[in-house]
Design a protein around this ligand. Sequence first.
Ligand code: U5P
Length: 209
Amino acid sequence: MAIIEIKHPLLAHKVGILREQGISTKQFRELASEVGNLLTYEATRTLSTDQVEITAWDGSTLSVERIAGKKITVVPILRAGLGMMDGVLQLIPSARVSVVGLYRDETSLQPVYYFDKVVEDIAERTALIVDPMLATGGSFIATIDLLKQKGCKKIMGLCLIGAPEGANAIQAAHPDVDIYIAAMDSHLNELGYIVPGLGDAGDKLFGTR
Ligand code: U5P
């Protein structure tokens, strides 16, 4: 299983507003972050917990659950991934952040690498990649390649909207990686935009168009 579309009324509602023409930068930012938050809640269902003993309010010893062993690093793909990151960090406030800089060449649609700053102990952490749009899948695949090269063993992804082309590409390249997605759309147009989609997520988040 690699692509997990989360069906939830709150997600459907918020993604519907994100698609509206003329949405303000402020509202787009708020909603992208909220969807990131809701997807994090779903993706982290698979984390395992350990039992630990605490001293409870009345002085008694109590066994409670704590998220086990390996810690998380959030991996926003620059720049659009930053728009979902705050929502993720609200639920996992102590997560380290590993940034990967890629842009998509407008003609070839291939991802072009320009920067990364990944935590040193990546081999010990679960990576949670965030990028709002899964179009050709090139950006996600390049990021997963990079993280695996650095020794990362457990990788998940969060995405607002995906296209079947990208979903198939990830399933073929990295079947071990689960991507949690709020909406799966119809197809890509000739410019590599998701249809119906929401346009350019980076421009909407940063107000650059
Ligand atoms: N992208 C959009 N809107 C689209 C399609 C792609 O904003 O309709 C951008 C996203 O910013 C994302 C990147 O980071 O392209 C993913 O493209 P791809 O590498 O999956 O083709």
